[in-house]
Design a protein around this ligand. Structure first.
Ligand code: FAD
Ligand code: NAD
Length: 466
């Protein structure tokens, strides 16, 4: 079979790229080794984690806040099996949706492991070991990533688990140790903390979400402590042992003393690594860097000129929307268009409640770069909308250039921050000043008023509601 383009991997990078290629008239094939489409994101990532985050937040609200709203419920309890079943339904409907889109766009899907024979021939090996060879002009590698771990914390997938198993637990554990205070640790830790599990986070760095603006980590620590989280920062895990009924974790605390923790489960959430196993990159002379990533030029082209790579397998934040934008970029580029993707404006979100969201430079980055900046901020608790819904924690912080007033970074923690951040992304894409945002009429009462007020503060004018 001869194609214009073969895409290996059906995650948000691969399947979105396939659709755009097909829309642009390319004869397109998509290879996926699993029997469902959608990759990490749809099967064991973004979608199932958000399904469980929503379910657990409903329970938490009912248990802790409904009475204050004048609603009482007797015998409130968690049915874990039902919660996991709902999550599975959400996943399967979403994956079926991708199958529908492939058919609609006449994309040929081949199930099996894709590997390079040479740069224009891809072998697909199905579950029975049968090989099919696809001939193609272009190839897009979109093979994504897998959970990372370090020596001493090798997941056994029973008690020492990764995010994949944490999305499938049959019980609410009494206690869970989470290694890594990053996005996965805090999102999945939140799911179980809200359901009544004692969650203790062991983090190597001196704050949680250490790559985001420091103010966010500080506020999120307060929020999560209220939810019952315990944090052990500057803690270096040495060993994790499955004791049969649980786990024993040995670590060095910040004073370098040995400390031990016992729990039912240990979730290892110390980042993800690019996945290229079995891809046969050696057959076309492509090597990976020391982190396992495929190197590309700024147009996502590998050193083999007809082979491109996108998503988690190449550098940049490991985010679904980044993978998808890169998939569209390559398709439009090969169709002769002049696509544009602004890597400085990829928003990041942590789906705790309240949510954390950010775009652009952090205050720490601006300091390190010697940029002369000013800060405007506004607390969520000063908004009428926040009081109405009892979502009082958090703030919006805007960083703007001290001379030009151009917005350089927006960092927020608050109810619906995941959606609110798009106002900042759009403003920054059009290179708005803080004053531009401050002069835009925002609907009342909404959480977005905090963005307007923080922008007012950044311009040096005084925010209204404080
Ligand atoms: P993937 O989604 O990993 O897809 C790669 C696909 O390629 C897989 O299906 C794999 O089976 C297939 N494959 C690999 N090798 C081969 C081969 N040789 N032949 C055939 N098929 C192959 N990101 C967000 O933006 N927002 C979120 O809320 C979010 N939540 C997350 C929650 C969790 C728990 C996790 C683990 C991740 C989350 N992410 C989130 C990250 C997001 O899932 C990834 O950034 C995204 O899936 C990367 O897309 P991709 O297309 O590059 O790769
Ligand atoms: P992460 O990079 O967000 O966090 C890993 C954390 O582990 C960091 O805080 C790091 O300092 C810490 N760490 C590293 N080694 C350690 C060690 N030995 N001991 C203790 N702590 C250690 O990675 P993650 O949470 O595993 O998520 C992986 C990827 O998936 C991320 O790139 C993220 O972007 C993506 N993801 C995104 C979302 C989202 O967008 N909402 C959700 C989940 C995952």
């Amino acid at each position: 079979m001869k194609y214009d383009v073969v895409i290996i991997g059906s995650g948000p990078g691969g399947y979105v790229s396939a659709i755009r290629f097909a829309q642009l008239g390319f004869k397109t094939a998509l290879i996926e080794k699993y029997n469902t489409l959608g990759g990490t994101c749809l099967n064991v990532g973004c979608i199932p984690s958000k399904a469980l985050l929503d379910s657990s937040e409903h329970y938490h609200e009912a248990a802790h806040n409904f009475l204050k709203h004048g609603i009482s419920i007797d015998n409130l309890k968690v049915d874990m099996a039902k919660m996991i079943e709902r999550k599975a339904q959400v996943v399967s409907q979403t994956c079926d949706g991708i199958k529908y889109l492939m058919d609609k766009n006449k994309i040929e899907v081949h199930q099996g492991l894709g590997s390079f024979v040479d740069n224009t021939h891809i072998k697909v090996t199905d579950a029975d070991g049968k090989d099919t060879i696809l001939e193609t002009t272009y190839v897009v590698i979109a093979t994504g990533s897998k959970p990372n771990f370090f020596p001493g914390m090798v997941p056994d997938k029973k008690r020492i688990i990764t995010s994949t198993e944490a999305l499938e637990l049959k019980e609410v554990p009494n206690k869970m140790i989470v290694i890594g205070g990053g996005v996965i640790g805090l999102e999945l830790g939140s799911v179980y903390a809200r359901l009544g599990c004692k969650v203790e986070v062991l983090e190597f760095a001196s704050s949680i979400i250490p790559t985001m603006d420091k103010a966010l980590g500080k506020e999120l620590t307060k929020v999560l402590k209220k939810e019952g989280f315990k944090f052990h920062l500057q803690t270096q895990v040495k060993n994790v042992e499955n004791t049969g009924k649980g786990v024993k974790v040995t670590a060095l605390n910040k004073k370098k003393e040995e400390v031990t923790f016992e729990a039912d489960y240990c979730l290892v959430a110390v980042g993800r690594k690019p996945y290229t196993t079995g891809l046969g990159l050696e057959n076309i002379g492509i090597e990976t860097d020391k982190r396992g990533m495929i190197e590309t030029n700024h147009q996502l082209q590998t050193k083999v000129s007809n082979v491109y790579a996108i998503g988690d397998v190449v550098k940049g934040p490991m985010l679904a929307h980044k993978a998808s934008e890169e998939g569209v970029f390559v398709a439009e580029l090969l169709a002769g268009q002049k696509p544009h993707f602004n890597y400085n404006l990829i928003p990041g979100v942590v789906y705790t409640w309240p949510e954390v969201a950010a775009v652009g430079k952090t205050e720490e980055e601006l300091k390190a770069e010697g940029v002369n900046y000013k800060v405007g901020s506004f607390p969520m608790k000063a908004l009428g909308r926040s009081r109405a819904s009892m979502d009082l924690m958090g703030f919006v912080k805007i960083l703007a250039d001290a001379e030009t007033d151009e917005v350089l970074g927006v960092h927020m923690i608050g109810a619906r921050a995941a959606d609110m951040i798009m106002e900042a992304v759009i403003a920054m894409e059009y290179r708005a000043s803080a004053e531009d945002i401050a002069r835009i009429c925002h609907p009342h009462p909404t959480f977005t008023e905090a963005i307007k007020e923080a922008a007012l503060d950044a311009t040096g004018k005084i925010a209204i509601h404080i």
